[in-house]
Write a protein that binds this ligand. Structure first.
Ligand code: NCD
Ligand code: ZN
Length: 357
């Protein structure tokens, strides 16, 4: 048995408020604990999005009632909430900026809308960018101009990891995360998620898209540039994934650690690499407390197949169905309480704490 610190996932789409048929604070925090994750940072692209005091309260009230692991909630950067977001910074995980995709009220159509956020959001509070490819280059230039740290979400391309490496070498304050699906899915992925033809393709929709083998190889070759692993847990139901307009996103909370432990077993990573990227670095980058008496017990030798039917996420599927992994979470202790034991969730809804209070 191996003992790990409580893992931190800085990138989780909880779906509450607004889309609780996909997931909610209760189910997502159960999935987290089953995956060895004791603290999640929740993304703001809910319905409504989290961008002011009223919507922040909406998310935090639901979390307070339902969460079974610790958490904080991100604010979204919108076209005219820079002052509000800055004043709410102490209550939030940080500020999330969607610089590529358009997300209703969180739309930042041109770069002049980025400026007030870079000027006003406190420099010691985390700013996270959804910025791909050339937009990422622009975000890094903003970090240099305004001389403030930024964290880049879900890096997936060779050109991106090389850019971040160069920026770090110049002393620009940039950190980044990579999601397991971008490390483990070759393109085309093998084995394909269950589902044939168009069905399989809908399930494979994710942003950033699954990349080429050369990109996957570049991520592995530049592991030292990757500060954190993060799931980008983005649950959608199977009916939605197999439907007409499949929404992008994979669930990931329950599969991240087993996949990484399998890579450790294969000699591609060390346990210390994992602890650094799922505990030490996210704690530092996002300014998170260290809960006392919190740890995860893992059976390193357990070999099994990933099965959606055994997961706690409400979405009911996983892109890793049938993958053979080695390493299983047996027990999770959070703030002195056993909260997960041998497949069972033991913390009650509401046990989770907001770490920004
Ligand atoms: C995210 C989601 O579903 O909320 N999906 C994803 O593929 N990562 C939204 C997004 O970041 O595009
Ligand atoms: Zn995301």
């Amino acid at each position: 048995m191996l003992k790990l610190p409580g893992l931190i996932d800085p990138h989780v789409h909880v779906r509450e408020p607004g889309q609780t048929h996909k997931e909610d604070w209760n189910t997502v925090t159960q999935a987290a604990l089953a995956g060895g994750v004791t603290m999640i940072l929740a993304m703001p692209n809910t319905k409504p999005p989290i961008f002011d005091a009223a919507t922040l309260d909406l998310a935090l009230t639901a979390a307070k009632d339902k969460a079974r692991c610790d958490y904080a909630q991100f604010l979204g950067a919108g076209p005219d909430n820079a002052d509000t977001a800055a004043s709410l910074a102490p209550r939030a995980a940080g500020l999330k900026m969607y610089l590529d995709s358009t997300f209703g009220e969180l739309r930042l159509d041109d770069m002049t809308l980025w400026t007030p956020h870079f000027q006003k959001f406190p420099k010691n509070a985390p700013m996270v960018m959804h910025s791909e490819s050339r937009t990422m280059a622009a975000a890094i230039l903003f970090a240099a101009i305004y001389d403030r740290p930024i964290h880049i979400a879900h890096v997936s391309l060779r050109e991106e990891i090389l850019l971040i490496k160069a920026a770090k070498e110049r002393g620009i304050k940039v950190t980044c995360e990579v999601s397991p699906h971008h490390l483990f899915f070759p393109s085309p992925p093998s084995p394909l998620p269950v589902g044939e033809g168009r069905r399989g393709e809908g399930r494979l929709e994710v942003r950033p898209r699954l990349a080429d083998q050369k990109d996957v190889d570049a991520l592995w070759a530049n592991l030292d540039v990757i500060d954190c692993f993060a799931t980008d847990h983005a649950p959608h139901t199977l009916a939605e994934k197999d439907g007409e307009n499949p929404p992008p996103g994979f669930p990931g909370l329950e599969t991240m650690l087993p996949l990484l432990l399998t890579a450790v077993d294969d000699g591609r990573l060390t346990i210390d690499d994992v602890i650094k990227r799922l505990h030490t670095n996210p704690r530092r980058i996002f300014n998170l407390p260290e809960p006392s008496e919190t740890w995860v017990q893992v059976d390193e030798d357990a070999v099994y197949e990933i099965k959606a039917s055994e997961q706690f996420t409400r979405c009911g599927w996983t892109p890793f169905e049938g993958w053979k992994v080695k390493g299983k979470v047996r027990k999770v202790v959070l703030r002195g309480r056993t909260v997960f034991d041998d497949g069972k969730i033991l913390s009650e809804a509401g046990y989770g704490r907001n770490v920004r209070v």
